[in-house]
Design a protein. Structure first.
Length: 284
């Protein structure tokens, strides 16, 4: 499945009308919103989510469990980065439609004064952007409307809120599932991290076909056909290459429910691991 991170924009769009909301075509952000129990979605999104359930053991409940697993991972990761890695700046490339508790609030609770930049290109996320700017007084939060395929523009705009001379945590939560090899995902990762100082971190969550999860290939094919983006599954080895040159933080590149679970209950149905690899790498 996709993640609480909103993936990049459509294959083709009209640059003169970048904020038009097409309710007839499902989008990743709105499908996720529906699976998470939100109300910022339309019939096309609900129909696609329910259709995905037809391909998965356990139906749509399995998809909802995957979304919960991703949300829990993001919370755990942000807390770890803020408390254990001492990072007070975050760049979340691929923002979901915000829920009641925003990710920047998690960061600022763990490390008061944290600064947070959300990046997304779904018009519905943009419509909610005001709620992503509600920072604590001693911190900051901002929203950048941009496409992950243009990392140069993202870095430039993020610098208006973040001090790029200090460590930054870059977060790509299933965002790269929507970037084809032709769009050079490794190059995108490199550009986002290139000018950041030592101590900066990269977090990736990426759906994979390695797990042998029943229905996963068919689910990916349905997403690819129904969404306005290509949906790409990658192997563990392919995902690991995104961390070249970084020191992987324990427990390494692992299945999502195994990344520092703490007191969290298992989120996936028994015997059905969420088919997503995750890792956090630190720039030496």
């Amino acid at each position: 499945m996709s993640s609480p991170g909103q993936p990049p924009g459509p294959r083709d769009h009209d640059d003169d009308e970048p904020f038009t909301i097409d309710t007839s075509v499902a989008t990743p952000a709105r499908v996720l919103d529906y699976l998470a129990g939100g109300d910022s979605n339309f019939e096309a999104d609900r129909q696609l989510a329910d259709a995905l359930g037809d391909t998965l053991p356990g139906g749509v409940d399995t998809a909802r469990a995957a979304v919960r697993a991703l949300s829990s991972f993001v919370t755990r990761t942000v807390r770890h980065l803020a408390r254990e890695e001492g990072i007070g700046q975050f760049l979340n490339v691929g923002s979901a439609i915000p829920t009641a508790r925003k990710i920047h609030e998690v960061a600022q609770q763990a490390a008061p004064g944290s600064r947070f930049v959300y990046v997304g290109d779904d018009p519905v996320v943009l419509a909610h952007a005001h709620s992503l700017r509600g920072s604590a007084p001693d911190g900051a939060s901002a929203y950048v409307h941009g496409d992950v395929r243009d990392p140069e523009a993202i870095v430039h705009q993020a610098a208006e809120t973040l001090d790029l001379a200090r460590p930054v945590a870059v977060m790509l939560v299933t965002t790269l599932n929507f970037v084809t090899d032709a769009d050079d995902p490794a190059g995108i990762v490199d550009r986002l991290m290139r000018d950041l100082p030592p101590g900066s971190c990269l977090t990736i969550a990426h759906a994979s076909h390695d797990f042998g999860a029943e229905g996963m290939i068919e689910t990916a094919e349905r997403l690819d056909k129904a969404l306005s983006q290509t949906y790409v599954l990658r192997s563990r080895a392919e995902i690991a290459r995104f961390f070249d040159g970084l020191d992987i933080i324990e427990p390494g590149l692992v299945q999502i429910d195994g990344w520092r679970p703490g007191g969290d209950r298992p989120l996936a149905p028994a015997g059905r691991p969420t088919p997503v690899y995750v890792a956090v790498g630190r720039k030496p």
